[in-house]
Design a protein around this ligand. Structure first.
Ligand SMILES: O=C(O)[C@H]1O[C@H](OP(=O)(O)OP(=O)(O)OC[C@H]2O[C@@H](n3ccc(=O)[nH]c3=O)[C@H](O)[C@@H]2O)[C@H](O)[C@@H](O)[C@@H]1O
Length: 353
């Protein structure tokens, strides 16, 4: 009997200890842009890890559909808010809000600039609540090859991409100014080309364009000769964001997949995975299109123990192809079949949607 009582007490203790331990690890987290493509995957991860998550989104490129499965969960909150207006929130802020696809960010360059500048300033006011901020920056801050964190970049301040690349550059500057002057804890992730489910049908980036074109039997639109390169990572990138947020590394860290392909190779790969009879169509080169992009991820590997190995390229593409097939079915049932947005731009002319 006595043994049984001791066993019951110690098992109860273990449970209480577990509960207390779990409670101590729970963070109050805000994700700006949390209903977007990357943001919604990050929301899933943090919700699954048991945190309290507030998604902040103005639904310019984000969609409620991406996070609707969490609505009603006691740890989840969804706020329709534009970061250009202040908001005082939470222990940790993942600041992802910004259009990220070239046709989207060029559609309204002033809004892109405001989101990345005023929006970032507003989130840095987090100093008032002592929150730590992780900025989702971009490989576009580099402009040209090579891309290791020490390279300072070479971008065109008055070109069509400037609203995004300069916007992110100044966002990084703001983070470090607030860190030095006000003691705000900052983390900066320089994210390289990312793809996966929940990209918008009209996203306009190369992966969604090629997959939708291949699925619909339409020509795959290669801008320029297709010899420009990119290195694509699946959206399991979000594990890297969480590791970075919880590390003590305040300097910028590249997160990407170093496996580099030409865009033409990539078009052929998608065509073969979809088993599509689409042709490849060459269109004029986009203005200021970076010609080579491949991340140096030694820092992420060494300091975070992160590398994008969980979902290899072809497996990630197959998952994304399945996602877009379902999206096309969904749209067909809604009597509307969208076409990928014409994302190309003639040299010397602004790209509009
Ligand atoms: O992920 C990154 O590192 C950054 O770069 C991307 O910009 P970009 O690489 O130009 O993205 P895409 O629009 O997907 O273009 C990739 C390449 O494919 C080409 N492309 C794009 C679309 C298309 O239909 N055909 C085509 O050949 C583009 O000209 C470009 O050379 C994203 O816009 C940014 O969100 C991100 O910060």
């Amino acid at each position: 009997m006595m043994k049984r009582i001791i066993w019951m007490i110690s098992s109860l203790n273990r449970r209480i200890m577990k509960l207390l331990f779990a409670l101590a690890l729970i963070a109050y987290i805000a994700i700006t842009g949390g209903a977007g493509f990357v943001g919604s995957h990050l929301t899933d991860k943090l919700m699954m890890d048991g945190h309290e998550v507030t998604v902040v989104d103005n639904f310019f490129t984000g969609r409620k559909r991406n996070v609707e499965h969490w609505i009603g969960h006691e740890n989840f909150e969804l706020i329709n808010h534009d970061v250009v207006e202040p908001l005082y929130i939470e222990d940790q802020i993942y600041h992802l809000a910004s259009p990220a696809s070239p046709p989207n960010y060029m559609y309204n360059p002033i809004k892109t600039l405001k989101t990345n500048t005023i929006g970032t300033l507003n989130m840095l006011l987090a100093k008032r609540v002592g929150a730590r901020l992780l900025l989702a920056s971009t490989s576009e801050v580099y402009g040209v090859h090579p891309q290791n964190e020490d390279y300072w970049g070479h971008v065109n301040p008055i070109g069509p991409r400037a609203c995004y690349d300069e916007g992110k550059r100044v966002a990084e500057t703001m983070c470090y100014a607030y860190m030095k002057q006000e003691g705000v804890e900052v983390r900066v992730a320089r994210i390289f080309n990312t793809f996966g489910s929940r990209m918008h049908m009209n996203d306009g980036r190369v992966v969604s364009n090629f997959i939708l074109q291949a699925l619909q039997g339409e020509p795959l639109t290669v801008y320029g000769t297709g010899s420009q390169t990119r290195a694509f990572q699946y959206v399991d990138l979000v594990n890297g964001l969480v590791l970075l947020m919880n590390s003590n590394i305040s300097s910028p860290v590249n997160l990407g997949n170093p496996e580099e392909h030409t865009i033409l190779e990539f078009a052929r790969l998608i065509k073969s995975l979809v088993v599509s009879r689409s042709q490849i169509q060459f269109l004029p080169e986009a203005q200021d299109d970076p010609q080579r992009r491949r991340p140096d991820i030694r820092k992420a590997k060494m300091m975070l123990g992160w590398e994008p190995v969980q979902v290899p390229l072809e497996e990630g593409l197959n998952k994304t192809i399945q996602y877009f097939s379902r999206e096309l079915e969904h749209q067909a049932n809604n009597q509307y079949i969208p076409k990928p947005k014409a994302a190309r731009m003639k040299k010397g002319r602004p790209r509009h949607n």
